[in-house]
Design a protein around this ligand. Structure first.
Ligand code: ITT
Length: 211
């Protein structure tokens, strides 16, 4: 199969997500396009349900292109904020903020909170919509805690203030491959890989070794 014939579109406007998803699927012999390949499409407004949001994004782009599309919706849920910002993580603190501004807003909201109040989890629901409209979902989470101040320059979003369970450094300080091994997005996207191979007509990963 040629690279173009198996092409997948990743429906995200977030370049951090796109980079991670491309790396997670790097062993597939396909070209993986971002939304630059479908310039006229507008992703739907998002609500509070990760799965609905993820399917909405993937379906919108699948309908516009007739291609196989992967999207995800994710967020950070903080115990001391009763699970906020959750599915609204990209908008936390109000419009016009960048990642650093949202990190500052989250740290301000947690000022004075210690211990269990700083426990948190990243959640991701990944949605795969095939060219014929079949839908597959995978949900995953990564537990950890929120630091008092940002650390590290890697990753994106809230990575500088999140430490995964069992780790001593923030997601922004971990090598990208190590973040993806542990992360909500890594687990959810890897869970969809068999369905992705199937709908794209690709061999299972070790088929060559068996034949
Ligand atoms: P698309 O909808 O276009 O995919 P988005 O950034 O708006 O991009 P979401 O609505 O799913 O995506 O928002 C998820 C937000 O949660 C994201 O913008 C980050 O602020 C945060 N987030 C999710 N996963 C993260 C991760 O691995 N590291 C750091 N922050 C993350």
């Amino acid at each position: 199969m040629s690279a173009a014939a198996g092409a997948l579109v990743v429906a995200t406007s977030n370049l951090g997500k796109l980079r991670e998803i491309r790396a997670l699927l790097a062993d597939l012999p396909i070209r993986i396009d971002g939304l630059e390949s479908v310039p006229d499409v507008v992703l739907p407004e998002e609500g509070d349900d990760y799965a609905e949001n993820a399917v909405g994004k993937a379906r919108t782009v699948a309908l516009a292109t007739g291609r196989c599309v992967l999207a995800e919706d994710s967020g950070l849920e903080v115990a001391g904020l009763a699970g906020a910002p959750g599915a609204r993580s990209a908008r936390f603190g109000g419009p016009g903020l960048d990642d650093a501004g949202r990190v500052r807003a989250l740290l301000a909201a947690l000022a004075g909170m210690r211990g269990p109040a700083r426990e948190a989890r990243f959640v991701c629901v990944a949605a795969l919509v095939s060219a014929s409209g079949e839908v597959f979902l995978a949900r995953a989470e990564c537990r950890g805690r929120i630091l008092d101040a940002p650390l590290g320059a890697g990753g994106f979003g809230y990575d500088p203030i999140f430490v995964a369970e069992g780790k001593q450094v923030s997601f922004a300080e971990l090598p990208a491959a190590e973040k993806s091994r542990l992360s909500h997005r890594g687990i959810a996207v890897r869970a969809l890989a068999p369905q992705l191979r199937r709908v794209l007509g690709l061999q299972p990963p070790n088929a060559a070794m068996r034949s």
